[in-house]
Design a protein around this ligand. Structure first.
Ligand SMILES: [Zn+2]
Length: 210
């Protein structure tokens, strides 16, 4: 089973991808993780990626494609895989099919922008132990302090309202055509991404089992 998950930053698709990967015994491939892994392992590709990123450039589609082509040859992809974070535009979607062949399903997690803004701007993390909090949904016992180690909680720079709104705008502009592209192919499934994570998972899992 070959799946692509689409959703804006903060839509929770990473969590859903992990759950689907476990349920169907297929690999979860996040292109962001893949890039970081290559750099860590110091492969030829990884060195190239480090150079590009260090000079502030964008990693080209060709590099990501080459990386994906290698990755899906690995053993854990025999039964299939879930792509998370890719493709982000139509050119990438077209290039992807040359590598993977036809996809089975593209799942789009739909979450309203104001819900995303709310989710992201409330996030706080502990700089010492890494524990995550949310000011409204998962607050620490003492405001602004980590339950585990007492450190002062911080907000990531990227999680302020303007940055989140800007990222959403960029996301919609580039992803809307990708969504249309897959809808035209008849393999798009749009899921409401707001609610209990198990309910969202079950909706998708049962649709995929049919
Ligand atoms: Zn802590």
């Amino acid at each position: 089973m070959k799946l692509v998950l689409i959703g804006c930053p903060g839509a929770g698709k990473g969590t859903q991808a992990k759950m689907l990967s476990k349920k169907f015994d297929i690999a979860h491939i996040s292109t962001g993780d893949l890039l970081r892994e290559q750099m860590k392992r110091g492969t030829e590709l990884g060195k190239k990626v480090s150079e590009i990123m260090n000079s502030g450039g964008l990693v080209s589609d060709d590099i990501v494609s080459a990386m994906l082509a290698e990755r899906i040859k690995e053993d854990d992809c025999k039964k299939g895989y879930i792509l998370d974070g890719y493709p982000r535009n139509v050119a990438q979607a077209q290039g992807l099919e040359a590598i993977t062949g036809p996809l089975d399903r593209v799942i789009c997690y739909d979450v309203a922008d104001d819900v995303i803004v709310d989710r992201m701007t409330g996030r706080r993390s502990c700089p010492k132990c890494g524990r995550m909090y949310h000011t409204a949904y998962n607050p620490p016992k003492v405001e602004g302090k980590c339950d585990d180690c007492g450190a002062e909680l911080i907000q990531r720079k990227d999680d302020n309202e303007d940055t989140v709104k800007n990222r959403l705008k960029v996301y919609h502009e580039s992803t809307a055509p990708v969504i249309d592209y897959y809808r035209d192919k008849g393999i798009l499934m749009v899921v409401n991404g707001v609610g209990d994570i198990n309910d969202i998972f079950n909706t998708v899992a049962s649709a995929l089992e049919v």
